[in-house]
Write a protein that binds this ligand. Sequence first.
Ligand code: TRP
Length: 454
Amino acid sequence: MVKRRTSIHGQWSSRLAFILAATGSAVGLGNIWKFPYITGENGGGAFVLVYLLCIALIGLPVMMAEIMLGRRGRQSPINTMRLLAEEEGKNSFWKYLGWLGMLAGFLILSYYSVIAGWALAYVFRTAAGAFTGATADGVDSIFAQLVADPERLLAWHTIFLVMTMMVVARGVRSGLERAVRFLMPALLGLLLLLVGYAMAQGQFAEGLRFMFKPDFSKLLSGDAVLVAMGHAFFTLSLGMGAIMMYGSYLPAKTSIAKVSIAVAVADTLVALMAGLAIFPIVFAYGLDPAEGAGLIFKTLPIAFGQMPAGTLFGALFFVLLVFAAWSSAISLIEPAVAWLVENHGVSRVYASVWCGLAVWLIGLGTVFSFNAWSGFKVFGMTIFDMLDYLTSNIMLPLGGLFIAIFSAWIMKKASVREELDMRSSGAFDYWYILVRFVTPIGVVLVFLRAINVI
Ligand code: TRP
């Protein structure tokens, strides 16, 4: 039995605090912005089905593994991986898994912050009544004007990043715990309202059919399967150490299985609700579900422009979207900040400033992807597209693959069982089979399928 370690960065005050923070990390732009638009691009139902399978068979087991590793190591992912590998008598190159994750965090946050900036801009546009009575064309041109203007995008990107680094600098616990406690329920309430609106005013039946009636002829390009799996990692914040970091603040006795299920279910519900709010409007106004990254910014404002008190609800919706993005963004950079504090003895504030600057710089690539450099494409992808593809579809699944391998092949089963501490040993065995076989084989098959080997 190893001596119980504690984290130098603090601990969550309760199980609920962890669930809220991890849900805050998981629920974000991934659910409300990305899930609807990639579902639209990949033909709907069959894609959603594969995504749900990936959540259940790959995402959930990897989430438990990440929390388990984090709680056992109680440090930033790089140091946790190094420590656990040494403790198990294995090669310390496992620390590079932590490095891969840290890099992924920087890259993801760099574009995440730009998109969150769009949401910030939309708070003010909506509140000022820009969408009142607007047609689909009008809404479209407001979006086009925003992304065509690099100065605006840069300003909002900067503001969002400063907001993020301020919370990180204060420490996750005092900054974050209080915020998510009421934001998550509020976001859920507003989403329900939007689904209600879509039900009453949109083509709800068509939206349902699009999302839940699988048409496999649309899906089975290998790339769509890869995108579905990559998104399962992205939306649950897995594969780069964010959840590992949050797990390192988890009190010793908390059931890892229960909290993981709670987070995965909440995250999935929010994504499905976002889809149900958006697609009925898409079909009611004859818009294109495969519109791309601007989808929610071109559909929801139409609804806000038509509904009673839409200015108020619309502004509120974008405020909550910003908060959801905020509580996710924090987790993307927390591992890097924690590592700087641990290894270089700097203060959290100092570490946050430097990480923030680095992310800000990389973010310029995304800012210009939509305007000045929109013609610059490699394999048909802009810088934004490439960052998204590389991180979600390659780095996160690779990270998840190695997390599964480390937990179920490298660590001693006894250590894993001890840390996971599950009440029922049947449930433990079931999880162990998933991380040992199903997850790694699943990830590898999807990779092979994407490069057309199978
Ligand atoms: N899960 C968040 C979302 O859906 C994004 C996110 C936060 C994330 N932390 C992460 C994605 C870590 C991958 C890895 O918006």
